[in-house]
Design a protein around this ligand. Sequence first.
Ligand code: C2E
Ligand code: CA
Ligand code: CA
Length: 576
Amino acid sequence: MTVVPTEANVSQVRILVLTTEHADLLWLGALLAGDLEMQADLTWCPDLVDCDDLVRNTSYDLIIWDCIFHSGSESSFLQYLTVSSGEKPILAISAEPHADRGVELCRLGASDYLSRSNLDRWGLRRAVRCLWYRQQLSESAHGQLGRDVATGFINRDLFFDRLQNALIRAKSASQRLALLHINLDDFRSFNESFGYRQSDLLMMRLAERLRSELRRADSLMRIGGDEFAIIIERVDDALDVAHVIRKLVTAIGEPVNVGGQSIVVSASLGVATYPEAGDSPENLLRRANRAMFEAKRDPGTSYRYYDRELHITAGHQLRLEADLRNALRGNELELYYQPRIDLATEEVRGVECLLRWNHPERGLVGPDEFIPAAEHSGLIVPIGYWVIEQACKRLQESGELGHPGLVFAVNLSFRQFHDRKMTETIFRIIFNANIDTSLLELELTESAMMHDPEYAQRCLRELNQLGISFALDDFGTGFSSLSNLQHLPISLVKIDKSFVQDLGRSADAEHIIKAIISLSHSLQISVVAEGVETEGQLEFLRQQHCDEIQGYYYARPMPWERLVEFLNNRDKAACL
Ligand code: C2E
Ligand code: CA
Ligand code: CA
């Protein structure tokens, strides 16, 4: 017996079709047409790069995607789709017949997979119907829609699934993952004073704001009346998490406008990271929750890590960065200068500019302690420009004080090469300072150029055309062969101090230094040895015809006034 469906029990299934081919849309429409139980309503989305608006704002029940994404990785597109669609079922239709492909696509977030080559009317209808029923069932099982459009709620089961998938990804990629549990402080009294509608509006505004601080891969969910959960994926270290927290804490602290009123809220953040706080969604959630409750004890917006050690590291890092930001504004940074002596003439050829931080509480802080934090936060970019500016100013001054021709060497961090305006900014600084550019030298390590060698080489060439020269710092510790240097405008190599200090203790150090000097010289590159502390080291380097020496044997890094005295004294001694 067949049941002829009446108009009323024909289900309408709204499908968003992601394909660049209009013919495919027509083909899918034809395969689905005439189904007695299901009436498919297709919306075509031909532009996958610019599909965000359609994916987020159109009403549909499921997505069909043809697995073709021309402008990037298919897997990240699929992950994006899962998140942006609010976990709508995704039916992937791929040209590849292999079963493995289906497994891979489902692992990345697709709900089902069909191979294009044997796709027929029956198979497609069955898959669409099945996904649609499943979606309906899961929604009615929870007594509400998985996502309540009005308030941005997502139910806990969906959230659990998402966390589970994120954990699987983190495990397979051996990466960290952080789960943040954010609870608004004193939300109940807000609710009582302003009512539920306004409270929901407030949560929505906050959600939007938090969302804008996250990367696309991270997911933000409202998991309760006054709480959010955030999954931060692809985390390399605790500092990455610390940065996200800093941004979120700042975002929460900004006033929110609700119904014409400006409201300032505070929140407590609990952080649990995989693997430190466990490897199951249950554990992570419980521990983030516990950390959140601990954070509640501190007044104002505050955060707590479940893992104590991470908490300390992150706290230290965030404080350091905040202090460093103030340091740059508050003139707490200072340059010290360490002379470089020409071995043949015993004259001071130049100075290396070395950064120091006059910390208001901790006193003088060395760069090893704060440069990594400055690099991590990107603060090294403005700090680096400040250093160059300061060096140019002193270069100018040294001429006026009767010491013309001194070379000023400034360290460049790898991170400064990420700034696409680097050449332009350096050019502006030296132009304003009106210096003889042949006296400015930039020191960089091999790793500085690794990130994007082509771009780094272009920067070096452009700056070199302005007259600036380059030194390769810490030479011998990296992987480069000297022959690589031939293609770069490098005129100086600095032998790392670890080799100099091993002289007399290891025969290897002697051999390495000899090799570096003779190879550099054969390429018309000068050599500076760093970290020279003893007469013995000096003599060895002299015998090997090393060009210049830098080290405590002659002078330690010193403030500007002391350097001027040092130069004056040497001049006087030379006249005697
Ligand atoms: P670096 O570029 O290798 O600088 C040389 C370091 O060796 C300096 O340490 C210097 O004080 C130290 N040194 C010099 N002679 C001797 C010696 O005879 N014995 C010993 N034991 N050490 C000696 P400092 O000033 O602590 O700087 C450490 C590192 O911080 C620098 O290593 C450089 O990588 C970085 N740095 C310093 N200033 C800046 C800056 O303005 N920008 C950037 N990006 N990095 C900087
Ligand atoms: Ca250096
Ligand atoms: Ca060095």
